[in-house]
Structure formats: C-alpha cells, structure tokens
Write a protein that binds this ligand. Sequence first.
Ligand SMILES: Cc1ncc(COP(=O)(O)O)c(C=O)c1O
Length: 400
Amino acid sequence: MSFLSQTLARVKPSPTIAMTGRAQQLAAEGKDIITLSAGEPDFDTPEHIRDAAKAAIDAGHTRYTAVDGMPALKRAICDKFARENGLDYSPAQVSVGTGGKQILYNALMATLNPGDDVIIPAPYWVSYPDMVLLAGGTPVIVPAGMEAGYRITPEQLEAAITPRTKWLILNSPSNPSGAGYGADHMRALTDVLMRHPHVWVLSDDIYEHLVFDDFRFVTPAQIEPGLKDRTLTMNGVSKSYAMTGWRIGYGAGPEVLIRAMAKLQSQSTSNPSSIGQYAALAALNGPQDYIETSRAIFQRRRDLVVAALNDCPGISCPVPQGAFYVYPSIHALIGKTSAGGTVIKDDEAFATALLDETGVAVVFGAAFGLSPHFRVSYATSEAVLADACARIKAFCEEMR
Ligand SMILES: Cc1ncc(COP(=O)(O)O)c(C=O)c1O
C-alpha cells in the first residue's frame, strides 16, 4: 500500500514548476533572465498598512483570534462589501482565511462529495481544478477562447449544467486572461443560474480593483440579488493592496456555508495571522489612494505590453479589461522552428525555447487549460517589460 494518500495522487504537480526551476537554473549559471511569471504586484505594501501591523505587534495583538477572523475585521469586510459592491452582509456571513486561496479551498472541501461537478471556465487559475479534485469533486472545464473574449457564453453555461453540478467558479477579471464580465455579460450568466436553483456560485473577485478604461467591475450577487443565498463572494487584500505575503483573504455567503468553512478551519489552520488581520483592517478602513495609483500604473504597462506583443510576428494579443496579465495566442507560430532549432509544436515548446534562447520566462497556456497561448504578467517595471518584449519580438522574427 502506498504511503502517500490516494487523494493526493489525483492532483497534478504544478506544470509551472519545471519552467520556474529552469529559469532559476539559468539565472544561477549567470544568464540574463527576465521573469514575467509573477502573480503579485511588484509594489511595497502601503506605509500606513505596514505601520498598523507594527503597532499591532507592539500592542501585543500576537495571540489567537476568533477562528475565522476577528470581529473588527469582519465588520470592516461588511463595510467594504456595502461601500464598493452594494452588498449587505452581516459579520456572521463572513469568513476570513489565510489568503483567498484558503477561502476557496475551505468552500470546496466543506461542500463537495464524490460525484459532484464544478464548472470551471478555461483558461482558469491553475489551482481551481486541483482544489476540486482534492475535495473529491470533478472539474468540468468549459473553454472560453480568445474569439469569445475569454468569456463563456450563457449557452455554454446552460449546456454544462447537469443535476451533478454543485458550483460554478467565476473569476472576473481573470487570471490568466485579464478578461472581465461586465454587467451585461454577467447578467446573461446569472439569468441562466436563476433557472438552476441547485447550482452555487463561487465568485473570485480578487482582481476587483485592477480594471481599466471604462470597464466596471461587477459581482454576481450584486447583479442578481436572487443568487445571494447561494453565492460565495470571495476577495482579499493580496492584489488590491500589494499584500500577497500577509495572507489575508475573505469570503461572504450564507451562514450555513460560512459555519461549515469555520468548522474546517478550526480543525486545520485556525485563525489567519493576527498581525496580518490588523494589517488588512488598516487596508480596508484606511486611505484608498494606493488602489488608483497602482491601477493607473498597471494600465500603462498593459498598453505597452499589448502594443509590443502585437508587433511580434505570429503573436495576437487582445486587450484585457483587468488584472495584470495578458494571454496572447501563438496559433500562427505552431509548426515553425525557432532560431535555436526547436520545433514549436505547442505552447510549452514555445515557452521553453523562449526561455532557453532569449532568457524570458513566461507561463505556457496548457497550464491554464487553454492552448496555444502564453501568459505574461506585467507586474514589473516598464523598462523590464520593454526589454522582454524586444527579445520576444526578435525570437518571433527569427522563426522559420
Ligand atoms: C485568480 C486568483 N484567485 C485567488 C488567488 C489567491 O490569492 P491569495 O491567496 O493571495 O489571496 C490568486 C493568486 O494568485 C489568483 O490569481
């Protein structure tokens, strides 16, 4: 009998690990490597948030808190939902975890049974399918291609729903595509969901504040109040306030779900770090100007990267509505050969050759369930982005 659990055997190791390892190895050999695979803002956490955390330490807030978040933070989260999303939640309907990631994990672990399906539009954030598998459910992948703006249609959703469907996971704006569902697109999906009362919605709103041009962020429970009693609205401070390392995320939904998630957390990790919670409290209740400052910087970078990639022969890069990623297609390059002699048979071959021959590390599309594409994170300076895009352009120009 195997020492390791059968549940773990259902989960794939991260497909990006090999690429990251290769990039680190090349850097250690002294090669000039540019990494465009970061999933986090490159800015420091704003000063008033750092100060609040230091003050919390000095004030002795260094002990256990309530398992799924201290009351003051839950109150601040309710205020945030009311202020920014027009959603009315009570503290008993809020759960705070170690990152948005734990909220998602808790929700799936607390609800899935063998035989339950979870609908996941592709391209998806890499963790969704594996979390579903860990929880004993079955991911049902619905492709949302570039021509469709990386958004699923109501017809696709309708066709994917069966009596086994327990959840739909929506992520707008999306990692990896940056695509967002505006009010009309969201309404079209919520109309379908209203016809299927057994399906719950897990809305991952972690990139809420990183939206560009005239795109307006919406979340399902706000667009369709009739869905609120079967929606978990998930969010966190990681991306909005450059706080990825502090590990605070939260979700709001029906009490029956929130209580089940707290039960799970009470027997696994207990409360998220008390210091992190005080920092998140300062983020949510304090000045919000960092959000607009960083949003404007990301929008400039997005414009730079989209223009530069569309200037590369064989690459087609749509303009995303949000987040800090672009997800261009390399359809026109499949079957070609790089200057270094690699046949570009798929997006993994493209990303590997790009790294080996130019030193630019990106993540290939197969990792996100939609090929042939690659993901660029533009959470780095304009000078670095310009250098990287120039290398990608030369790489494409030399392709035969
Ligand atoms: C789509 C998406 N959801 C959730 C998370 C998790 O964020 P955190 O656990 O830092 O709150 C990430 C992080 O990369 C993400 O990209």
